[in-house]
Design a protein around this ligand. Structure first.
Ligand code: IPD
Length: 262
């Protein structure tokens, strides 16, 4: 695909940060972590990757704002544009030597995500989208699946860890979904869950208690692959409500009804 200058900068930053992450993967010294709360870790690798991405993106576009998982937000001179970055989505997988994690970079313009990049370095899978231009995996166009029967569908989610208050609602979601579908997966990287919905590998994804940096790029990629996204609750943007639901368009309504009944 012929991407914009911004998309090319984002892909380059994702690949550069991922090279460092791959180098450090399974290295003992990288297991030095600090905890932001029960089950919520930040490693040396997260911080180094965020610094790399931030230097590259802010170097190229010094006027844009910044929202990243591991550093203070920056209000840009151009208040209409900001980068939204998770330098290492799937930190817990990374720290356990599980090769399922990704770099996620989104560009927001006037409150809307206009470009998104998710790079899974372990599988060399680069998922990208720009608003109105479709979604791609490496050079191939992405389409959501067309499975519309709940009983044939699989869904991904993140389970609330460390005493998070969303647990009772998620257990209810699972109680409704498990008997009615082909199954639920919990792989541990929200950005990749969304990328996989866009690629038709899952029919849908939902999560309660998610952050903007985990899902900003993925939500655009799902939409550009022909899927639908929304908050779980009735009102507010996904970023305010911190709840998200995404699915192929054929199954979205049935899936959303099941989740919203909780
Ligand atoms: C986490 C992962 C996980 C999701 C959590 C996120 P992080 O992101 O995406 O799948 O269930 O809600 O916080 O902390 O590894 O960047």
């Amino acid at each position: 695909m012929q991407g914009s200058a911004n998309l090319n900068i984002m892909m380059k930053a994702a690949r550069t940060a991922a090279r460092g992450l791959v180098k450090d993967f399974r290295e003992v010294e990288n297991l030095q972590v600090s905890s932001k709360g029960a089950g919520d870790f930040v490693s040396r690798a997260d911080i180094a990757a965020e610094r790399t991405i931030r230097d590259m993106l802010m170097g190229e576009r010094p006027n844009y704002g910044w929202l990243g998982e591991e550093s203070e937000p920056v209000e840009g001179k151009d208040p209409t544009r900001r980068w939204i970055v998770d330098p290492l989505d799937g930190t817990t997988n990374y720290l356990h030597g599980l090769p399922h994690w990704a770099v996620s970079i989104a560009l927001e313009h006037k409150g809307e995500i206009v470009a998104g990049v998710i790079y899974d370095a372990a599988k060399d899978e680069m998922f990208v989208a720009e608003k109105g231009q479709g979604a791609f995996l490496n050079a191939s166009r992405l389409r959501v699946s067309d499975r519309h029967r709940m009983i044939e569908a699989i869904f991904a989610t993140g389970l609330p860890f460390g005493g998070r208050p969303e647990l009772p609602a998620v257990l209810k979601d699972l109680g409704r979904l498990l008997p009615a579908t082909a199954g639920v997966r919990r792989m541990g990287a929200a950005a990749l869950d969304l990328a996989y919905v866009a690629a038709g590998r899952y029919e849908g994804y939902w999560e309660r208690g998610i952050h903007a940096w985990d899902v900003a790029a993925g939500l655009l990629i799902v939409r550009e692959a022909g899927g639908m996204v929304g908050p779980i609750g009735a009102a507010g943007s996904i970023f305010d409500s911190r709840t998200v639901i995404a699915a192929n368009s054929a199954i979205f309504d049935d899936f959303a009804k099941t989740i919203r009944a909780t």
